[in-house]
Design a protein around this ligand. Structure first.
Ligand SMILES: NC(=O)C1=CN([C@@H]2O[C@H](COP(=O)(O)OP(=O)(O)OC[C@H]3O[C@@H](n4cnc5c(N)ncnc54)[C@H](O)[C@@H]3O)[C@@H](O)[C@H]2O)C=CC1
Ligand SMILES: O=C([O-])C1=[NH+]CCC1
Length: 337
């Protein structure tokens, strides 16, 4: 008879999951994932169910790491919430299974895991791609992801200035009030990003908020929001001028509006032509057709040495959260990744 699953609540997960463990672990696993050796790691693109009536989504994210005996899934919901809502936009539960027998061995809060894992992966992207001299960090958004990104980016790197922008200035002010160190609250995205070396976009936006013309050449952008095929945070100029890295090529092709929509034809010539019976018809033909922004490489392909880190260029890491790897030995609770 199988033992009852271990239950780990948010506080326990927060205590057990440290960036010092998470970062090297994710680096190793992402490098392996990008080799696509399915006998080692199986991680399909997540299944997403839209909850249209309530502006929400349910995602299921299974993964199997054969060599490490990890079989798990995250079940996550994410909603577009009204500003200032007391409910979290992203909520999740993680289930671990016994890979041989199939029973559930652990049930863990996934909110803290999502916050820390996502920020840790963005921090890995910044380690690889941020300019050698990076003095200014800019964070767009003031929610859960903004906070976890602030925590890990300021823990790993030394910035002279940190700026934050949020749709409502008082939300940015509230974010800053919770911190020990000084952070500049900006009134516009443009003010926040001009001259920034590293930019984190962690918003619920579905239309571009960050425009390439404002971005300092050579800057690194960790783009965390816009995880649906019709959502965007970054404009066409930025997407087409930057070297674009992703967490998973398949995930980016299926889910990233920043990539998918960067190739859409946006302007039309209109012709007004009369036919033989003198009726007028309007025809539209595309004036400008752009090819989509190209994905240069997966983060894992850089980590495993298959592709270079083009640090000298403006770089975008488009994160979707497809990679999900955590292990918890149910008998030794502190052995968790
Ligand atoms: N790439 C990944 O692995 C993950 C991505 N996400 C995505 O990251 C984003 C942020 O998530 P959380 O921090 O959990 O959410 P949150 O609700 O805690 O914070 C959202 C922030 O975005 C701002 N915002 C919302 N709509 C906006 C709009 N239209 N324009 C500008 N700002 C807007 C809010 O003011 C708030 O500051 C969401 O899009 C979420 O789906 C979340 C988890 C993992
Ligand atoms: O990885 C994740 O949990 C999510 N990515 C986008 C929304 C939730």
């Amino acid at each position: 008879m199988s033992e009852s699953p271990v239950l780990l609540n948010k506080h326990e997960v927060e205590r057990l999951l440290t960036y010092d463990d998470l970062i090297p672990r994710l680096e190793s696993v992402m490098g392996k994932f990008s080799k696509r050796d399915s006998s080692e790691i199986i991680q399909p693109v997540r299944s997403v169910v839209p909850i249209q009536q309530h502006s929400g989504f349910l995602g299921v994210m299974p993964a199997y790491l054969a060599a490490e005996g990890i079989l798990c899934t995250k079940i996550v919901t994410f909603y577009q919430r009204a500003e200032g809502s007391s409910l979290p936009s992203t909520q999740a539960t993680v289930l671990l299974f016994h890979p041989e027998h199939g029973h559930v061995t652990a049930i863990m809060d996934g909110e803290a895991i999502t916050a820390k894992r996502t920020a840790a992966v963005s921090a890995i992207s910044a380690k690889l791609f941020k300019p050698a001299l990076s003095e200014v960090l800019c964070i767009l958004g003031s929610g859960q992801q903004a906070r976890s990104h602030y925590d890990v980016f300021t823990k790993l790197f030394k910035f002279k200035e940190v700026r934050v922008w949020s749709r409502r200035k008082e939300m940015a002010q509230r974010f800053v009030n919770d911190l020990q160190d000084p952070v500049t609250v900006c009134s516009s995205v443009k003010e926040a990003v001009i001259g920034a070396d590293v930019i984190v976009t962690a918003t619920g936006a579905s239309q571009p908020i960050l425009f390439g013309e404002w971005v300092k050449p050579g800057a690194h952008i960790a783009a965390v929001g816009a995880c649906r095929p019709d959502w965007r945070e970054l404009d066409d100029v930025l997407m087409r001028e930057a070297v674009v890295y992703v967490d998973s090529r398949e995930g980016a092709t299926a889910e990233s509006g920043d990539i998918i929509l960067s190739g859409v034809c946006i302007t039309f010539h209109q012709y007004n032509i009369a036919d033989l019976s003198h009726h007028r018809h309007t025809y539209s033909t595309p004036k400008s057709l752009f090819s989509q922004a190209e994905v240069f490489a997966e983060l894992g392909e850089v980590l495993n040495g298959s592709f270079p880190a083009r640090r000298e260029k403006t770089t975008v890491f488009k994160s979707l959260g497809n990679l999900f790897f955590h292990s918890c030995d149910p008998k030794i609770k502190n052995k968790m990744f």
